[in-house]
Design a protein around this ligand. Sequence first.
Ligand code: ADP
Ligand code: TRP
Length: 321
Amino acid sequence: MRTLTGIQPSGTLHIGNYFGAMQPAIQAQTRGDCFYFIADYHSMTSLTDAAERRKNSRDVALDWLACGLDPAKSVFWQQSDVPQVCELSWILGTLTPMGLLERAHSYKDKIAKGISPNFGLFAYPVLMAADILLFNSNRVPVGRDQKQHVEMTRDIAIKFNQTYGETFVVPESEIREGVATVPGLDGQKMSKSYGNVLEIFGDEKALRKKIMSIVMDSRTPQEPKPDADRNIAIQLLKLVAPAAVAADFENRLRAGGLGYGDLKQALFEHYWQFFAEFRAKRAELAADPGYVDRVLAEGAERARTVAAEVLGRARSASGLA
Ligand code: ADP
Ligand code: TRP
């Protein structure tokens, strides 16, 4: 059973990334082999500042390692260190119907937001399919927004297998209910591009301020709130506090008598506590700048070995040299 996922170095990682993709990926280390990478080629579709990409890639690597990615259990690399993925992307692109790409929600959303599309953005799901298929992946932990991309990967793998013979493993997405879409400070999906995130490794004062500024309604503390489960602070508390504590706050909010200020204060404290160990680990790792380089270099080496074998099969199946 092989688990694979990637995260773009397009900004600071937030708890949507953590609960949607990283936590399941890290937990998967106990049940099989794991392949995780920093999707720097993908980030080129939205970020054109080279220095920023370089810095983000390093930060994302540190974040993953601090959150528990163990290089003894997982292969961890930077996507562009294994350029074979671009060749596979070309091969898969020749079997990908235009209509399939035109239906991609994430592409359509970006266009709707006024981003002027380039070919890379349109072809994004093909590169993502190549990422997944190049490593014989079985499971792909992601948030709900990526479900369609994994389905497209399945369609493309099946099409290749039918056209050129059994070559690729057909993967499945792993999407956890409850964390499939972590809400942001404004109640929309938490996302780097919406400016509504809580960073995993944010500054204490700034995080407290963000949490205290989550907008609530104008009902008085005494009023019962039958919709307590839809409250953003409650939803976030369920992620970072022990289940019994979160349930207690939810019940108190529903019954009436709990003020929003007290609820947000509790959310901040549990949030800060939840990531405390990871923060300490990150500080320790950051003190040895050579460490990340060594981990990624070794990971790239191991990733290239698998990539060469699978790409070789795809080339030979499709009649390339
Ligand atoms: P962003 O939307 O902030 O740019 P990415 O697209 O880089 O995040 O997502 C990286 C991973 O984190 C993907 O697997 C994605 O599904 C997951 N993810 C991102 N935001 C959320 C969220 N709010 N809830 C759950 N998972 C998320
Ligand atoms: N598209 C993913 C995102 O924006 C990142 C990604 C790239 C990915 N390649 C992948 C995720 C392969 C899982 C598997 O979040």
